[in-house]
Design a protein around this ligand. Structure first.
Ligand SMILES: [Ca+2]
Ligand SMILES: [Ca+2]
Length: 323
């Protein structure tokens, strides 16, 4: 259950973020531009064909995976003009090539007009089509809600597979399957609001995206009262080719300075256990409002995680990872 892992990880990291003492804010970071390593790859486009169900179901995208064939694309859409309806024990599946060791996120929007057994199953199959990792997620609720799952393809994985099934009726739209970026921070300028970022689950603070005070239209992250966001990057692929991986995190930030605020860069192993963490306090004192945290990846790193936390009122923008 990788999604649960994410939550535990965020809880753990934000606990770390909250409890670690502030670093000496006078600590000097090397202000030279970090040396850029080889490009590590980018987050993929949607790997699913017809994930928005705007075209009729075709064997080029979704295939029937049950004897029943009670499905159509004339359901109420959450986006576009069409959505999938699957009924009465019918099932649709789509299979795409996968890279062992890479991490994938499936997300759809879905609901169940009548409360029966409806699920979206996401997993990986090996080269003889046997399942090697499977997560089944129930579709609940009578209006559209998010269904999502993040899984790392096991060594024997050959393809990723998505199945949509309903005993009653399930309505599904906006399905995407994304291969996560290798060590690339998404939406660090907050131009797409909180896209790519997760709000820490165990904090009561406020997290929002606001316009820059002096530049309307330039969006910034705003965090106060113990709020926290994080983003997890998959570094397993670059770790396989570079034992000397070293990430540099930087953000522009301003704080009211009446509480503790920080940016944190950490590494986690394949079981989401923290291996090493570098937390840098955000304070008024720093030059130009630029805060940097850099850290070499220990052996066994599978994920890097970036956390931005504030007990005070802090705005942050232009976050980036270089290596
Ligand atoms: Ca649609
Ligand atoms: Ca911005």
């Amino acid at each position: 259950m990788s999604f649960t892992k994410n939550i535990q990880r965020s809880a753990l990291m934000s606990v770390l973020a909250a409890s670690l003492m502030a670093c000496d804010s006078a600590m000097l970071f090397d202000t030279a531009q970090p040396t850029l390593g080889a490009a590590l790859g980018e987050t993929s486009a949607n790997l699913l064909g017809n994930g928005g169900f705007e075209s009729p179901i075709s064997v080029n995208d979704w295939e029937s995976c049950a004897p029943g064939t009670d499905f159509s694309t004339d359901a109420t859409p959450s986006d576009g003009l069409a959505a999938l309806s699957v009924s009465n024990g019918s099932c649709l599946s789509q299979t795409v090539p996968a890279v062992a060791g890479a991490t994938y996120t499936l997300s759809c929007e879905a609901y169940e007009p009548v409360d029966r057994y409806s699920t979206i199953t996401f997993g990986f199959i090996d080269d003889s089509s046997a399942p090697v990792e499977v997560q089944e997620i129930a579709i609940d609720g009578s209006s559209y809600g998010a269904v999502s799952s993040t899984l790392t393809a096991p060594a024997s994985a050959d393809r990723a597979q998505v199945l949509i099934f309903s005993d009653g009726e399930a309505v599904v739209d906006n399905c995407s399957l994304i291969k996560l970026a290798d060590a690339v921070l998404l939406n660090g300028d907050f131009s797409e609001d909180l896209s790519g970022w997760q709000v820490c689950e165990n904090t009561a603070g406020t997290v929002s995206v606001i316009d820059h005070q002096l530049e309307p239209g330039n969006k910034q992250l705003s965090i106060s009262n113990g709020g926290c966001v994080y983003q997890t990057l998959d570094v397993s692929a670059p770790m396989q080719v570079r034992s000397d991986l070293h990430l540099y995190l930087s953000c522009d930030a301003l704080t009211s300075d009446d509480g503790y605020s920080s940016i944190t860069l950490g590494y986690l192993d394949g079981n989401s256990q923290p291996l090493s963490v570098n937390e840098v306090a955000i304070s008024r004192g720093s030059t130009n409002g630029l805060f940097e945290s850099d850290l070499a990846a220990p052996a066994g790193s599978h994920f890097a995680e970036v956390v931005i936390y504030s007990d005070a009122f802090t705005t942050a923008d232009n976050c980036q990872i270089t290596h």
